[in-house]
Design a protein around this ligand. Structure first.
Ligand code: MLC
Ligand code: AMP
Length: 497
């Protein structure tokens, strides 16, 4: 089965039903039916084919949430293209790596971003929007199967350089079906989509569950906590997916509005980073809902979820989703074997949700799989009744506001800057974002600490996404190391804001 089969009951079966509400460039709400979306993507597919795109070609998309991201996704699926979503916060360093690796035929973005893409063909989203609005008959569709790649999603896995996880039609189909079943998502739902569509939480869960269920969606360009209460109150969603930072922000909602929002809602889901039990409890007290926490990753889409009915146990991610097998194995690099309940280990995952591997990286792919199981790099423990608790990761990945940060990427950029001899980057706890990065720098620069830090900050902001830029740059005489030369980050002096 491929994605167009999954969407058919909505795109064809619910042609005349309201599907989507999204603001246009002037802020006016546009309302579209599933039939409108089907027709727009037929037209856009014809336009893309006219520009020479064919099955298997990669098409990069670097856009904030807007109608054209949906048009592009549907058109790409109709043509058998492989979408390469790029985080809009990424700058030259990150973008150069992704387009160099994925080799897209073109990137669709806004005119102001055109210069960020080097020699790659840049297509202005406004031009494509015109193509989508011009009615065109549906063209010939390539024969697709579950194994056909649908997207390359860049993620660093357990190492520093981002790799493209090859997510197939079958992966997205399996994930959407598992979530529809587990969370009982139906055409009667109203989904408020505030997650970015360039990562799997928004794209693999949000967009696919909407299209598969035929429910209604209100899409906003990005989660803005100053506007969130207004969206909830006006739209009255039954369903919301968010990262923990969004739930922390929602706690600012006044008590009466929170009760009204809670009364209209059916389900709040959190994932992408650990949800602190205190946030779950505060949200429950204010909105009257126990947030359902689940666990996934770019390479595997969703793996484990607390139940819709039954106990949503704070601090745990629940039980394997339908069709997903989870094994906890001893976290050694040698022959990892399954451990008993109650014993900590590394999570391995198997199922139709797991990606086909990494784009053009046979070695990285081989290293990520063990006898058909995907090695997640996440550490955890299973209780005798099956509930899984995550306990950190094998790598020193930092998750800030649900966005991933690999210390090594920043350490290497810092070490290349004038005045820096070496650097270590570490995550420190943050009440809103979960974690934020802080850099420890060994330097021979003579400037005062403030001036030097400002120079490093400016240099990094020009190269990488703002959420990766360290909150502070602490000068240290040297980095603590083991006898073998490995930096011992836990021995660095604690940083306090
Ligand atoms: C954040 N910013 C954005 C943005 N999100 N800019 C453009 N588009 C977006 N979507 C920028 C802001 O401009 C600002 O930049 C900084 O980030 C913080 O913004 P804020 O308004 O203070 O945001 P805050 O209330 O802290 O909330 C941030 C957030 C964001 C929660 C909205 O972190 C977010 O969208 N997170 C979702 C990430 C996500 O989808 N992760 C899923 C990965 S998949 P500046 O320059 O001022 O710093 C995965 C697998 C799984 O992990 O299991 O799901
Ligand atoms: P990404 O590479 O962006 O897909 O991030 C995936 C990682 O996010 C996983 O490997 C986990 O470490 C983390 N993650 C996702 N969901 C949760 C959760 N509910 N609790 C803790 N960590 C999570």
């Amino acid at each position: 089965m491929h994605l167009l089969d999954l969407y058919a009951p909505s795109l064809h079966g619910r042609r005349d039903h309201a599907a989507l509400e999204v603001a246009d460039a002037h802020g006016a709400l546009q309302r579209l039916t599933f039939g409108d979306l089907d027709a727009r993507s037929d037209a856009l597919a014809a336009g893309l084919r006219h520009r020479g795109l064919d099955r298997g070609d990669r098409l990069a998309v670097c856009l904030p949430n807007r109608l054209e991201v949906i048009d592009l996704w549907l058109a790409a699926m109709k043509l058998g293209l492989i979408v390469v979503p790029i985080n809009v916060l990424y700058r030259g360093h990150e973008i150069g790596h992704i387009v160099g690796d994925a080799g897209p035929r073109a990137v669709v973005t806004t005119a102001d971003r055109a210069s960020d893409f080097g020699s790659t063909d840049v297509w202005d989203v406004e031009e494509l929007a015109h193509a989508a609005a011009r009615p065109t008959a549906a063209g010939v569709r390539p024969a697709l199967g579950a194994e056909s790649p649908a997207a390359l999603m860049y993620t660093s896995g357990t190492t520093g350089a981002a790799k493209g996880a090859v997510l197939t039609h079958g992966n997205f189909v399996a994930n959407a079906r598992a979530l529809l079943a587990a969370w009982e998502i139906t055409a009667a739902d109203r989904y408020l989509a505030a997650l970015p569509l360039f990562h799997v939480h928004g794209l693999g869960n949000g967009l696919q569950c909407w299209l598969a269920s035929g429910c209604h969606m209100r899409l906003v360009d990005r989660f803005d906590h100053t506007q969130a209460q207004g969206w909830f109150t006006a739209y009255r969603p039954t369903l919301f997916f968010g990262v923990p930072t969004m739930y922390v922000r929602l706690l600012e909602t006044d008590a009466a509005s929170a009760r009204a929002i809670g009364a209209a809602a059916r389900l709040f889901v959190s994932g992408s980073a650990p949800l602190p039990p205190a946030v779950l409890e505060a949200f429950h007290a204010r909105f009257g809902h126990v947030i359902l926490e689940r666990y996934g990753m770019t390479e595997t889409l969703m793996n484990v979820s607390n139940p819709l009915h039954g106990e949503r146990r704070p601090g745990t991610v629940g039980l394997p989703l339908p069709g997903v097998e989870v094994e906890i194995r001893s976290a050694s690099d040698g022959d990892a074997t399954a451990v008993a309940d109650g014993v900590a280990g590394e999570l391995y995952v198997r199922g139709a949700n797991v990606c086909a591997g990494y784009w053009q990286r046979p070695d990285a792919t081989a290293a990520a799989f063990r006898d058909g199981w995907f090695r997640t790099g996440d550490l955890g423990v299973r209780a005798p009744d099956g509930y899984i608790t995550l306990q950190g990761r094998r790598s020193d990945l930092i998750i800030s506001g649900g966005f991933n940060i690999y210390p090594r990427e920043i350490e290497e950029l810092l070490a290349a800057l004038p005045g820096v001899r070496e650097a270590a980057v570490m995550g420190v706890p943050d009440a809103t974002r979960g974690e934020v990065p802080v850099a420890y720098v060994v330097s021979d620069d003579r400037r005062d600490e403030g001036t030097f830090a400002a120079a490093l900050d400016t240099a990094l902001r020009a190269r990488i996404a703002s959420f990766k830029v360290p909150r502070a740059f602490v000068r240290v005489p040297q980095l603590p190391r083991t006898a073998l030369g490995k930096v011992q980050k836990h021995l660095l002096p604690p940083w306090r804001p």
